[in-house]
Design a binder for this molecule. Structure first.
Ligand code: NI
Length: 133
């Protein structure tokens, strides 16, 4: 790390922070190092978004179906992208959580738009996009 650092203040779900700190301590990193590593992973994971052309892969997301209208909103969104969603699988994980897997194939830019819309829907806890070509 260079001598030049930026200090930031962010808002985090306390439960997420507690889990993050526990894992960080277990590995032996301090919070700043762990956040930087997480940010680098985030950047790597999103690099595919600069790629143009047709890609295929999966969008995996987890959400609590009790939160707001999350199920309705996700279904609504998926109906707007029937041209790139080939199939979807819904797994009821427990009383609260659902795992949904979408198989997608289409223009990278369109997959990106869909993934961002899904990921920013209130109630979606995690989303992962894995694409290949
Ligand atoms: Ni479910």
């Amino acid at each position: 790390m260079s001598g030049n650092v930026s200090r930031i203040s962010i808002s985090i779900d306390p439960e997420l922070l507690e889990e993050f700190d526990k894992t960080t301590q277990k590995i032996g990193y301090n919070r700043s190092t762990a956040v930087q590593l997480a940010m680098r992973d985030f950047l790597t994971e999103h690099k595919w978004k600069d790629i143009e052309g047709v890609l295929a892969g999966v969008i995996t997301m987890m959400y609590d179906h009790h939160t707001g209208n999350v199920m309705e909103e996700l279904t609504h969104l998926q109906h707007d992208y029937t041209d790139i969603i080939n199939s979807s699988t819904h797994i009821h994980l427990d009383h609260h959580n659902c795992l949904e897997i979408l198989a997608v194939k289409g223009e990278a830019a369109k997959i990106k738009t869909l993934a961002e819309a899904l990921g920013t829907t209130r109630g979606v806890k995690q989303i992962r996009v894995t694409l290949m070509r």
